[in-house]
Ligand binder design. Structure first.
Ligand SMILES: C[S@@+](CC[C@H](N)C(=O)[O-])C[C@H]1O[C@@H](n2cnc3c(N)ncnc32)[C@H](O)[C@@H]1O
Length: 339
């Protein structure tokens, strides 16, 4: 049974921001004043934590793995001692597995700040997201978007920055996270009617999972993130995909794109981890470079089909072939079929 105890305060209705139950804002304030709330989650008996379906991605993310989850679950090792996700993005696989002893990482500092704030300060975050929800308009969006072009942006508190990114992500065109060469968010307003900015049940459940399972959250390069992985660890790598054609290239995740040399560096790291006795699973496109890189007997390459929702060109949001590559460990038996 899912553990829904973290989701006590009524949720904003899916159909819009109002009506809200009486005492809703008051409840937020009271909870915000209780600074020890998320610490309390952390101090509860960690063994008592049960898988919670409400702990799920709180952002829309290019390359998000929700569609591929049934296939990925077929490639979870039978046993593992630690879990690493060095390109965590919105964390679809992390939340689907909710493993203990996890390390998550990404180079996107604003994204990692969101995970840290949700873990330590979910109530204040929810209050700020609610304020953005009430003010949602094209003017409010562009006012908030401009903040990273201003000198005092660095003075914003982590919770203000997290609420900003969550609001922009839920109201921008297509849920993209894209920055220009100066690292400034540059996606236009999406004009969606009544978008849900932050579902209190999801935020509290993610917070409870991150705190109670003691998930370590790192901002940095993928190679550094797995430095502590030992024999028996399971590492799921979901890097920016290598483009299948020159025109399909998408390098908007960070100021520095992820090119051919990065894909080679990742393969070499997989080889090192294989020697260390780690269980490695990699997602990538079916580009020739990727097929060639992993065509050594240590790896098995499996082709799976995925629907891609985030593509600016609607006609390209179809089902495409992707690869799952693993270093031949014993797999858990699950009852799903690969789509
Ligand atoms: C395909 S997305 C991951 C999607 C994620 N699995 C999900 O379900 O949302 C790739 C991620 O890699 C991150 N990234 C890019 N270069 C990186 C690097 N050198 N080290 C770590 N993360 C990096 C990007 O910020 C992005 O979030």
């Amino acid at each position: 049974m899912p553990d829904n105890t973290a989701a006590k305060i009524p949720q904003v209705k899916k159909s819009g921001a109002t009506p809200r139950p009486k005492g809703y804002r008051f409840a937020y304030r009271r909870k915000t004043q209780d600074k020890g709330l998320s610490r309390m989650y952390a101090h509860q008996d960690k063994k008592a934590y049960k898988h919670n379906v409400l702990a799920q991605p709180f952002l829309k993310w290019a390359g998000g793995k929700r569609q591929l989850l049934p296939a990925i679950k077929e490639y979870v090792p039978q046993k593992f001692t630690q879990y690493y996700e060095p390109f965590v993005g919105a964390g679809a696989v992390l939340f689907s597995l909710q493993p203990k002893k996890s390390v998550i990482n990404d180079t996107n500092g604003e994204l990692i700040n969101c995970y840290r704030v949700i873990k330590d300060n979910p109530e204040e975050l929810l209050e700020l997201c609610q304020q953005h929800q009430e003010k949602n308009s094209k003017e409010h969006y562009y006012w908030l978007r401009e903040q990273d072009r201003q000198d005092d942006f660095k003075d914003k508190s982590p919770v203000e920055r997290a609420a900003r990114i969550i609001y922009l992500n839920k109201t921008c065109f297509n849920g993209l996270f894209r920055v220009n060469s100066s690292g400034q968010f540059n996606v236009p307003y999406g004009n969606y009617s009544n978008p849900i900015i932050a579902d209190p049940g999801v935020i509290r459940s993610v917070s409870a999972y991150l705190a109670r399972k003691d998930v370590k959250i790192i901002e940095g390069d993928f190679a550094k993130a797995v430095a502590t992985a030992r024999k028996g660890a399971f590492i799921y790598f979901d890097p920016p995909y290598h483009p299948i054609s020159d025109t399909s290239s998408f390098t908007g995740y960070s100021v520095n794109g992820f090119g051919e040399s990065e894909q080679i560096r990742l393969k070499e790291l997989c080889d090192k981890l294989t020697k260390r006795g780690c269980q490695v699973l990699v997602s990538n496109s079916s580009a020739t470079l990727i097929e060639e890189l992993y065509s050594d007997p240590n790896y098995e390459i499996v082709e799976v089909k995925a629907s891609r929702a985030i593509n600016a060109v609607a006609s390209k949001r179809g089902r495409i072939n992707e690869l799952l590559i693993h270093n031949r460990y014993d797999r858990k038996q699950v009852n799903t079929s690969i789509g």
